[in-house]
Write a protein that binds this ligand. Sequence first.
Ligand code: SF4
Length: 469
Amino acid sequence: MKTNSFISEQELTEQKQIASALSQEIRARNLKFFVETFGCQMNVRDSETIKGWLSLIGYQEAADKETADLILFNTCCVREHAEKRLMGNIGALKELKDANPGMIIGICGCMMQQQDMAKKLLKRFPHVSLIFGTNVLHRFPEMLRAVLNGERIAVTDRADDAIAEDLPKLRDNERSAFVNIMYGCDNYCSYCIVPYVRGHERSRKPEDIRNEIVSLTDSGITEITLLGQNVNSYGNDGSAGMRFADLLRYVSDVPGLKRIRFMSSHPKDLNEDVMQAIASLGNVCHHVHLPVQSGNNEILKRMNRRYTREHYLSIVSRLRELVPDIEFTTDIIVGFPGETEEAFSDTLSLVEEVGFAAAFTFAYSPRLGTVAARMEDQIPESVKKQRLKALNELQARKTVENNLKYIGHIGEVLVEGCDERGEETMLYGKYQNFKMVYFPGCKELLNRYVTVKVTKANKNSLLGEMIDA
Ligand code: SF4
């Protein structure tokens, strides 16, 4: 059995003391921050912690970069061109820094964990003074103090893989929250850089997760999304004393918790116990984001996904048997090295067979340092483009088919937002199985649950009417 290490209470107290010591001056100077987040929900969640620290240190949130005294980019390295975009974004801040020489410009996130990246950025952009990686968020006050004292620093060490609990958070959302249940990934899919930059898998203690959820529901949050690179392997190393299905059961009775979502799932670890938990727990949502990546066994093997097409389809059919209204969404990569026309057609046939509610589709792009980037039989860009187009056309047809079956459907929707359309206010929100519906209503219903009947299915969305607020 593995044991994880944790940041000590004493260390955290010291950081909070630094934050408090800095706060008097920051408040007196009325300083403001602006954090821009790229990438996945993990980064969104990390940004909440960074904003929490900044608030504790006395900064207020600025409406835009122009009015900020501290600008921080929380970066992602999973997709192609992210680095180029970041360079452009940072370069563009030079003018703002010239106009406000006291401004602090920082960069953090998983891109900073890539080899030599931090060094390269400090050298190239003299107006950047703070760089840090994903594993040192608990040391934010100490790092900021150094920068306020005139230093330029980069802290991206990986040695510090310990779990930090009780960090401050500033959340924007009053209805819904992300809750990390684990960090890192041990899977080493051959195309993916995440295990190299976010480290090995570490599961949080169940009681810490539950306590966080209790404090969220106490503050009025009713929907949580349990987050991890592969939530289904929660506790597999024995460090948490329970597995993912047990965790779902353990948190599901938190008073006031109406919806539990989770992402992402890895097909190799989504077992019968998890499926039974989804089927039997009233507040676990009937939606699984289950990245398939390819419908061809040879490509799945080269991707090091460690499941077969047949296994994937068996999970889908078993879950549909247990939970008839369940919806699946997925991620798919086309043009992976070695993907033949025949292999690609297996992906199309899988998409046809499953009928995903939505698919996030990508043309393969090599990530430096990964196994797939070194594979010889890379696919020409023009072929990737054609395949992506064909896949997207198929998925668009499947989305329409999926939408059409909802006409007449009645269910509870959590109102997430509104669009003013002339005289009319259109609200939107999701059924518990992730289907989004638009309907006329008034802003006062934001963050509430209402009952909506679907009256029309468009290409990309459902339209409905409220039948009970
Ligand atoms: S499961 Fe695979 S794709 Fe997902 S984060 Fe881990 S290595 Fe990357």
